[in-house]
Write a protein that binds this ligand. Structure first.
Ligand code: MLT
Length: 408
C-alpha cells in the first residue's frame, strides 16, 4: 500500500495565490465582461529590458549553430554571470562575496523552499508573521511543525509583526536555530535599518543560529541608508545565506532566474556538535537535484549588469515605484494607515475589517484584486496587500474605482 507524506495533510487547503486566482476566476464567470485590475500577486507586467532581450536573442542564435551550441551548463550557473553578480551586487557595496559562493537557480521561491532540506527536522525555527507563505509551508511539508490550530502551527516560533514594531520583528526571547527574514518585506513592504539588521546578525552569532535572508525586492530600495544585502553587516558571512531574484528586479517572473549566496564560511553542526560546511551541503543538493538555468536566460540576466542594463532596470523599477507611491497616497487619503510603497512594490493597508471581507469588497465593487493579509498569517488579519505591479493607467483606474467603492 503506497502511503503519503502525511505532513501535507497539515497544510491549509491550497496555496494562497492559487486560492485568490480561483476566487477571481469564479467572479469573472459570474460577471462576464467586467473589467478586473490585478494588484494581487506580485507579477510584473512590463516587458524585459531591451538589452536583456538582445542578449537573449543572441544566445538563442548561438544555440542554433553546432559550433556555439551548449548542452548542460554548470549546475551552479555559468561563471560569466556569477562573476558579474559577485562584483556588482556585493563587492561594489563592500560585501565580501566571491563568484563560487553564488548558486544560480530558477527562482528565489524554489531556493527559499528547498533550503530547509539541508537542516535537521528537530531544529527551532523562527518565522515572521505575516510572512511569505513558502517559508512556512515547506517546513510543514518537511515535518518540522505540529498541527495547525487557531491560525498557527505548533512548534514554530512566530516573530510577530505589528504597528508597534513597524513590522520588523523583535529578537526572539529564547534561542532559535533558523531564522527567516525578508527585506524589503513581502508582504508588508517594511524595510530594515542597518542597526536592526546588525542586531539580528549579532543574535545569530551569539546563538549559533543561521539567518535565511530573502532580498528578492532589494532593487526597490532607493534610500541609501538602508542595507541592500545582509553581507553589508560585519560578521554576516558566518551566519547568513541570502536569496536574490531577477524576477522583480528585471521582469524575469516568466523567464526564471535567481540566485542564492552560500558563503564558504557558513557552518552548521551535526548531532555530535561537529561542524559542516553549508556550501558543501547546498552544492551537493543543488548538483543532485538541479540541472541549471538555460544558457540564453543566464545571458539575458548577465545583461542586467551592463551600463544600458542598469539604466533600463532602474527605469523599470522607478515605473513600479511611481505606481506604489500613488497607491500609498490614495489609500492614506482615504484614511487608511499604510506601510510600504517606499523602497518596496507592496503597500500594506490596515483595512480595519476582516481581510477576506475587504478583498471581496474591492473585487465586487471596484473590480480590483488585492491580497488578503490574513493569507500571510494571523498578524495579517485585518490588512490587505496591494501590489504596484501593473500599468500606471491601470493603477490610476484601480484607485479611482476603490475611492468610489468605499464612498458607497
Ligand atoms: C507575491 O505576490 O507574493 C509574489 O509574487 C510571490 C512570489 O514571488 O512567488
Amino acid at each position: 500500500m503506497i502511503r503519503i507524506n502525511e505532513n501535507y495533510l497539515k497544510l491549509q487547503a491550497s496555496y494562497l495565490f492559487s486560492d485568490i486566482a480561483r476566487r477571481v476566476a469564479a467572479f469573472q464567470r459570474e460577471n462576464p465582461g467586467r473589467e478586473i485590475i490585478r494588484l494581487g500577486i506580485g507579477d510584473v507586467t512590463r516587458a524585459l529590458p531591451p538589452t536583456c532581450i538582445k542578449a537573449f536573442h543572441q544566445a538563442v542564435d548561438e544555440m542554433a549553430d553546432d559550433r556555439t551550441f551548449r548542452g548542460y551548463g554548470p549546475e551552479q550557473g555559468y561563471l560569466f554571470l556569477r562573476e558579474k553578480i559577485a562584483a556588482e551586487d556585493f563587492q561594489a557595496r563592500g560585501a565580501d562575496i566571491s563568484p563560487d559562493e553564488i548558486f544560480i537557480s530558477d527562482g528565489a521561491k524554489c531556493d527559499t523552499g528547498n533550503i530547509q532540506e539541508i537542516f535537521a527536522i528537530d531544529i527551532e525555527i523562527a518565522i515572521p508573521d505575516p510572512v511569505y507563505p513558502v517559508y512556512l509551508d515547506t517546513n510543514v511539508m518537511a515535518g518540522r511543525t505540529g498541527k495547525y490550530k487557531d491560525g498557527r502551527y505548533d512548534k514554530i516560533r512566530y516573530l510577530e509583526g505589528t504597528w508597534e514594531n513597524g513590522f520588523v520583528p523583535d529578537l526572539p526571547e529564547e534561542p532559535v536555530d533558523l531564522i527567516y527574514l525578508c527585506f524589503p518585506n513581502n508582504p508588508t513592504g517594511a524595510t530594515i535599518t542597518r542597526d536592526r539588521l546588525r542586531s539580528w546578525v549579532e543574535y545569530a552569532r551569539e546563538n549559533r543560529a543561521l539567518i535565511l535572508y530573502d532580498a528578492a525586492y532589494e532593487a526597490f530600495i532607493r534610500d541609501d541608508a538602508l542595507p541592500r544585502s545582509v553581507y553589508e553587516i560585519e560578521g554576516a558571512r558566518e551566519v547568513a545565506l541570502e536569496f536574490r531574484s531577477f524576477s522583480k528586479t528585471a521582469g524575469f517572473t516568466g523567464t526564471r532566474c535567481a540566485y542564492t549566496v552560500v558563503p564558504r564560511t557558513c557552518e552548521a553542526y551535526d548531532r555530535n556538535g561537529q561542524k559542516h560546511s553549508l556550501h558543501a551541503l547546498w552544492n551537493r543538493r543543488h548538483s543532485t537535484k538541479f540541472n541549471g538555468v538555460s544558457y540564453p536566460v543566464q545571458k539575458a540576466a548577465e545583461a542586467v549588469y551592463s551600463k544600458e542594463g542598469k539604466a533600463q532596470v532602474k527605469e523599470l523599477i522607478d515605473y513600479y515605484l511611481r505606481n506604489a507611491a500613488l497607491i500609498r497616497k490614495e489609500m492614506c487619503s482615504l484614511g487608511f494607515q499604510c506601510l510600504g510603497g517606499e523602497n518596496s512594490p507592496y503597500i500594506w493597508v490596515d483595512g480595519r475589517m476582516d481581510s477576506w471581507r475587504f478583498f471581496d469588497r474591492l473585487l465586487e465593487k471596484a473590480g480590483v484584486v488585492c491580497t488578503p493579509g490574513s493569507g500571510f498569517g494571523k498578524c495579517g488579519q485585518g490588512f490587505i496587500r496591494i501590489s504596484a505591479f501593473n500599468s500606471f493607467e491601470n493603477v490610476q483606474k484601480a484607485m479611482a474605482g476603490i475611492k468610489m467603492a468605499l464612498a458607497e
